[in-house]
Design a binder for this molecule. Sequence first.
Ligand code: HBI
Ligand code: FE
Length: 289
Amino acid sequence: MESQFTHVHDTPPPGAAADWTISQDWDAFTADEHAMWDRLFARQSEMLPGRAADAFLRGIDVLKLEKPGIPDYRELNARLMAATGWQVVAVPGLVPDDVFFDHLANRRFPAGNFIRTPQQLDYLQEPDVFHDVFGHVPMLADPIFADYMVAYGEGGLRSLQFDALKQLARLYWYTVEFGLIRESGGLRIYGAGIVSSYAESVFALDSDSPNRIGFDLARVMRTDYRIDDFQQNYFVIDSLDQLLETTVNTDFAPLYAANAALPPIPIADILPDDSVITRGTQDYAAAKA
Ligand code: HBI
Ligand code: FE
């Protein structure tokens, strides 16, 4: 089993436990590091009203994430545990897939225990504490999404026997990281990769360039994605219930096999069966090519 990340080590680095967790050591964060969190938090929260999903905004509120500074997990976990039984655990960085899935299946979200530098304000390769906690944790305070992430982790562990990691990673990408949801006021963001990015939280909803397509599990699991720029496709769920229900009611083993026999879907292709919400111009991607 090869990881999609080349720089993940095979064994936990010195100081980490067998499950790759480390102590958050909250007292060791410097004033500059807390100030970086506050700067990112202020910039993102300004654009969230009317853009972030209801569940995300509720999560910020329930978890009291507006409190200044990098959250102390002793406080954050008390609130998160009370809401959904989830907790955040600190890890040095990316962890191997099996370790990652095992944490999710057991309601632990691994968060990188470092924060970006001013030079990395808009882009960094490995998830830091701002992406992981601000981006992912608010949704984990929602009971339905919390169950979806558990189902995903359990499915991930099983997928390792089927050599289906790539298909499952696409599901994570197009839901947990870059998902959109249809709400009464219009499309909203619930994906952590969007909601923790200043520029993409505008692009994902307002740009004419990307396709926005109704979520279809089998289709998503065949769709290529890019990790180095804004997405060319966003998949839109009608509700968090839809996401959880389709995931727990699908028998993944035959789906993996059926999908494996089909070619991957090129990033920006629209298929005849797609429920197209907006057909993108792909101008942004073309200008970059
Ligand atoms: N490790 N810390 C961390 N965060 C992730 O999001 C992560 C990971 N290891 C593996 C992994 N993601 C992928 O397997 C999933 O995106 C499918
Ligand atoms: Fe992430």
